[in-house]
Design a protein around this ligand. Sequence first.
Ligand SMILES: *[C@@H]1O[C@H](CO)[C@@H](O)[C@H](O)[C@H]1NC(C)=O
Ligand SMILES: *[C@@H]1O[C@H](CO)[C@@H](O)[C@H](O)[C@H]1NC(C)=O
Ligand SMILES: *[C@@H]1O[C@H](CO)[C@@H](O)[C@H](O)[C@H]1NC(C)=O
Ligand SMILES: *[C@@H]1O[C@H](CO)[C@@H](O)[C@H](O)[C@H]1NC(C)=O
Ligand SMILES: *[C@@H]1O[C@H](CO)[C@@H](O)[C@H](O)[C@H]1NC(C)=O
Ligand SMILES: *[C@@H]1O[C@H](CO)[C@@H](O)[C@H](O)[C@H]1NC(C)=O
Length: 396
Amino acid sequence: MAVTSSALRGLVVALLLLAVASPLPAQETCTTSLYDAVTATDELAQLKTVIDLAGLKETFSDKSLKITVLAPNNTGFENLVSVLTSMNLTLEDTISPNNKAASILLYHGIPSPVFAKDLQNGATVSTLLGNGYNLTVNTTSGVKFVTPVNSASVVTADIKVCDSVVHIIDTVLLPAALSEIPNYVTPAAPAPQPAECTTSLYDAVSATKEFEKLKTVIDAAGLKETFSDKSLKITVLGPNNKAFDDLLAILSSMNLTLADTITPNNKAASILLYHGIPTPVLSTDLTNGTTVSTLLGADYKLTVDTTAGVKFVTPVNSASVLTADVKVCDSVVHIIDAVLLPGQLTDIPNYIPATPTASAPAPSRGVQEESVGNKLSSSMTVGFIGSAAAFIFALA
Ligand SMILES: *[C@@H]1O[C@H](CO)[C@@H](O)[C@H](O)[C@H]1NC(C)=O
Ligand SMILES: *[C@@H]1O[C@H](CO)[C@@H](O)[C@H](O)[C@H]1NC(C)=O
Ligand SMILES: *[C@@H]1O[C@H](CO)[C@@H](O)[C@H](O)[C@H]1NC(C)=O
Ligand SMILES: *[C@@H]1O[C@H](CO)[C@@H](O)[C@H](O)[C@H]1NC(C)=O
Ligand SMILES: *[C@@H]1O[C@H](CO)[C@@H](O)[C@H](O)[C@H]1NC(C)=O
Ligand SMILES: *[C@@H]1O[C@H](CO)[C@@H](O)[C@H](O)[C@H]1NC(C)=O
């Protein structure tokens, strides 16, 4: 089912408005990662090879890094290989099985960008290897980094790579004797960061022309705050304007107005909650004949019928999905063509607002208010509501 252009337009407009309301600080776009810079520098060819072998390419390709890299030049690695060779070791032995090479590389990272002029003689700086594996600075003659087992001199200082700084050095720094260098443990994959949600369901409804009347009813029923919660992960079945016009016509034929559905017992809010499914459900997840719970409560379910398009069926009427799968942050909206009624108007539970500590509104199936109840009971039959199918509007 295609997303209508007006629904999309509405969502885009909402996002644009939000973007204008809170402009991001102007920022130069970073186009070169540390890995790119190393790759492009001839005298760092060996460093690139070792980064690749140690499996740290991705780590150094992160353009958001703000660190200092001490980059050993090719001579530095050749000297290390000579040392390894004298021990009957190869570079590969530092990678398999315990990837000490990666630990050595991380020892060449300082967790913040530091320029040469900021380095004090005798200062210690921590490294990305962590665990107290520090470097000591010595500026007696040029700038030197000193480890417990060796040292390296800065050959070229202060190369800026976006927000990071690179100093080329002449030696591979070793945090300890080879046998004592810690094994590299691949960090657990970070939990996927959810994109920050900037549009609430209420924002999306407000920005969508087809939902003008839905918005009016949400406001009138006092559910604006409920639908403004950006952390919601639900499905909303959003009746379009025509759906509310149809319902208004029915009410009108019963000498009722929207106001009668809100005062005194806010059945309108109960009806709105019947349009919420407590989890995000895409149209492709819906199977014919299944029932789904609603925010109105466990006793008020909807039945899915996928015989022709997707339809939600209640005990008294049904609505077809016109536009499926409009994503609003972690929620899903399906635009529908009728206002779903959980029962005959007289049987719709009164709305009881949630107490501040309760997480979900708890409508009761309690006593009907006399005046409205009597009016609502006049001539309402299942067939009648079922045929015209739709509610409310017009406090505004
Ligand atoms: C390296 O290997 C050679 C020949 O296999 C052997 O003679 C030498 O002692 C070894 N050196 C070390 C440091 O293990
Ligand atoms: C720096 O190194 C020189 C020798 O190169 C040494 O005399 C001096 O004590 C060192 N300075 C510090 C603070 O370690
Ligand atoms: C390493 O350096 C950090 C920051 O300078 C310091 O807080 C820490 O005590 C040092 N650790 C060791 C073992 O020297
Ligand atoms: C690395 O730096 C040292 C010290 O400046 C220099 O002698 C050597 O030629 C450099 N190696 C490369 C490949 O640039
Ligand atoms: C609605 O009100 C009109 C005039 O007040 C009345 O004639 C009509 O019978 C009423 N209809 C219903 C369904 O109550
Ligand atoms: C869907 O289920 C309804 C009963 O809920 C049934 O009448 C209809 O034939 C089913 N459609 C399909 C395509 O299976």
